[in-house]
Ligand binder design. Structure first.
Ligand code: PEP
Ligand code: MN
Length: 349
């Protein structure tokens, strides 16, 4: 069950509802959104059946939700949510481009990639300081030094940064340096990390695990939401299939399927799905045509010398073609290219 509090309801009313739920044997998880506060109630059937809350002061409505994920479910919220990242919207009205290097390598490399990304229409900068690599011998990222470089470049080019956090102990540090925290495919079911980013106060980009079903993915999102953070954006980045010619297989159906199951925005990562520069644009277009709210794309000024994922990084003609798509595609989908909203930037500071 999800209890929606009225906008005027104060802390006392909220505490009374929580006490009521707990007295009945249920568990209450309070989630404070900008517009409204909601309480996710967990308990067995008997507890929920006996719970009458609509008459309590400050309660706007109580909704019985049948899906196993509650707070992130479509049943909980009819419209698609818009998540603001440093003032940049990701939601149903817009197409948001997040672009930048796969990994932060040097200040010069990060700045060059950020400038290219911005010129192509990006309003958010990506760049990994902590890199979860398949091989322990591969470049693992610059860690804290990388975070500082990312924050400096982000300020210099004026693009809020999105970066991955791989360990719960680093969440506060990463949250200080970036506007959005990314949970990578390999960590989609790292429940301690999900809870930590849920308490971070920053929006979260949750990538789909390599073998995760839609339900498992949304249950992972639910861990974040349960900690009071509904600023979650899902990212389809390709799944593991029997095909080896591409790095992963982009599951385009994830976009409309997730749309029907959840109110959270969803974006597509054609770079990590394809693993090859020449496939990034067609997959980006497929994702947008399927209704994605944005893209996250690897860009590098010198892909041949990139320390990570150079084969999929856009530059030159391939980047110009993406820029052209960002110019023309949003209108075809009845959307606009996302730009920062000054009002939201202030609200979220
Ligand atoms: C990344 O975005 O750099 C990354 C490692 O992605 P994924 O977790 O999807 O592999
Ligand atoms: Mn990568």
């Amino acid at each position: 069950m999800v209890i929606v509090m009225a906008p005027y309801a104060g802390e006392t009313a909220l505490a009374d509802v929580v006490a009521h739920v707990e007295a009945a044997g249920g568990e209450a998880f309070v989630s404070r959104g900008v517009a409204r506060t909601i309480i996710g109630v967990v308990g067995d059937e008997r507890v929920l059946a006996g719970l009458v809350v609509t008459q309590l002061p400050g309660v706007a409505e109580a909704v019985r939700i049948t899906s196993p994920y509650k707070l992130v479910s479509r049943e909980n919220h009819a419209g698609t949510s818009t998540v603001y990242v440093g003032g940049v919207p990701i939601g149903p009205e817009t197409v948001t481009l997040i672009a930048g290097p796969c990994a932060v390598e040097t200040p010069e490399q990060t700045l060059a990639a950020a400038q290219l990304a911005k010129a192509a229409g990006a309003t958010l900068l990506r760049g990994g300081a902590y890199k979860p690599r398949t091989s322990p011998y591969a470049f693992q990222g610059l860690g804290r030094a990388g975070l500082r470089i990312l924050a400096e470049v982000s300020a210099e080019v004026g693009l809020p940064a999105v970066t991955e956090v791989v360990d719960a102990v680093d969440v506060d540090d990463v949250a200080e340096h970036a506007a959005m925290l990314q949970v990578g495919a390999r960590n989609m079911q790292n429940f301690t990390l999900l809870q930590a980013v849920g308490s971070s106060g920053r929006p979260v980009l949750l990538k789909r695990g390599l073998t995760a079903t839609y339900e498992e993915w949304l249950m992972a999102a639910e861990y974040i939401a349960q900690r009071g953070n509904l600023d979650i954006v899902l990212c389809e980045r390709g799944i593991r299939t029997y095909e080896t010619a591409t790095r992963n297989t982009l599951d385009v159906a994830a976009v409309p399927m997730i749309r029907s199951m959840s109110h959270l925005p969803i974006i597509v990562d054609p770079s990590h799905a394809a693993g090859r520069r020449d496939l990034v644009l067609p997959l980006a277009r497929a994702g947008l045509a399927a209704g994605a709210d944005g893209l996250i794309v690897d860009v590098h000024a010198h892909p041949e010398s990139a320390l990570v994922d150079g084969a999929q990084a856009l530059v030159g003609e391939s980047l110009a073609a993406l820029a052209e798509t960002m110019h023309t595609f949003p209108a075809l989908m009845g959307r606009t290219l996302a730009v920062p909203s000054a009002a939201e930037a202030t609200v979220r500071e």
